[in-house]
Design a protein around this ligand. Structure first.
Ligand code: PGA
Length: 255
């Protein structure tokens, strides 16, 4: 049985330490003692340490929104895995559409980063998703297949089983509502089949595929009720402790 996931990336929405710590405290108060769902928050790098001092007395995990593809050396502006390990990060997000768009992250770079996650024991949250151009060219599924196969290749199967795939249709990020429910269910099912075809039944049974892209407490009940949706990855609408609790309650209803 796959454990449900409720994760949030704060992107760069929170831009002072004070605001970040207050939000972390609020979320900790609302959902910090829940044990039946895997909950995590990914703040900007400078907030990780402060947030960890709040979350360590509860069940909420934490991690980074990115990580360097090398572990040491002349890579100006980057953050290496050993430092994330020292900060006791459990999760590392990779391949978000914004990193691809603004920072030229490629599927091959993500594969290198995943090898480092494997070495350091991080649970990666790997974003995949088709763009509106892919949709217009009728190649949404082909794009997803390419991403999954390139990014996950050469990794060991035990590691893949604990990997989280975040399906985020790029055209549904930052909008007022999510993609349609049937569409999401079909795509999750398709992704699981790709994983099965390339990495085997065991991996496809265990890997968690969560949905991201304008998730809110208004839509979380329906989303988390879908067969192949193992959780949600929240952006803007997770920046409020009460909404975060409501979304977590949707996950608890569907365990
Ligand atoms: P959003 O972000 O919920 O603000 O659309 C989601 C994401 O990019 O993961």
């Amino acid at each position: 049985m796959r454990r449900k996931v409720v994760g949030a990336s704060w992107k760069m929405h929170v831009n002072t330490l004070e605001e970040g710590l207050a939000l972390a405290q609020g979320i900790h108060q609302e959902v910090g003692q829940i044990t039946d769902v895997d909950i995590f928050i990914l703040p900007a790098f400078p907030l990780i340490q402060g947030l960890s001092t709040i979350f360590k007395s509860g069940q909420i995990g934490w991690g980074a929104q990115n990580m360097c593809f090398e572990t040491k050396g002349a890579f100006t502006g980057e953050v290496p895995a050993p430092m994330l390990k020292e900060l006791n990060c459990q999760y590392v997000e990779l391949a978000h559409a914004e990193r691809k768009k603004f920072f030229n992250e490629t599927d091959l770079t993500v594969n290198k980063k995943l090898r480092i996650c494997q070495e350091f024991g991080f649970t990666p949250v790997v974003c995949i998703g088709e763009t509106s151009e892919d949709l217009a060219q009728d190649r949404a599924q082909a794009a997803l297949k390419e991403q999954v196969v390139t990014m996950l290749s050469g990794l060991n199967h035990d590691f893949l089983k604990q990997t989280i795939l975040a399906y985020e249709p790029v055209w549904a990020i930052g909008k007022s509502k999510t993609a349609g429910l049937d569409y999401i269910q079909n795509m999750h099912c398709y992704i699981r089949n790709i994983v099965k075809e390339y990495f085997g039944q065991d991996v496809s049974d265990d890997i968690r595929i969560i949905y991201g892209g304008s998730v809110s407490c208004e839509t979380s009940d329906e989303l988390l009720g879908l067969n192949d949706v193992d959780g949600v990855f929240i952006g803007r609408f997770g920046l409020n402790p009460e909404n975060f609790r409501k979304i977590t309650e949707s996950a608890l209803k569907n365990i």
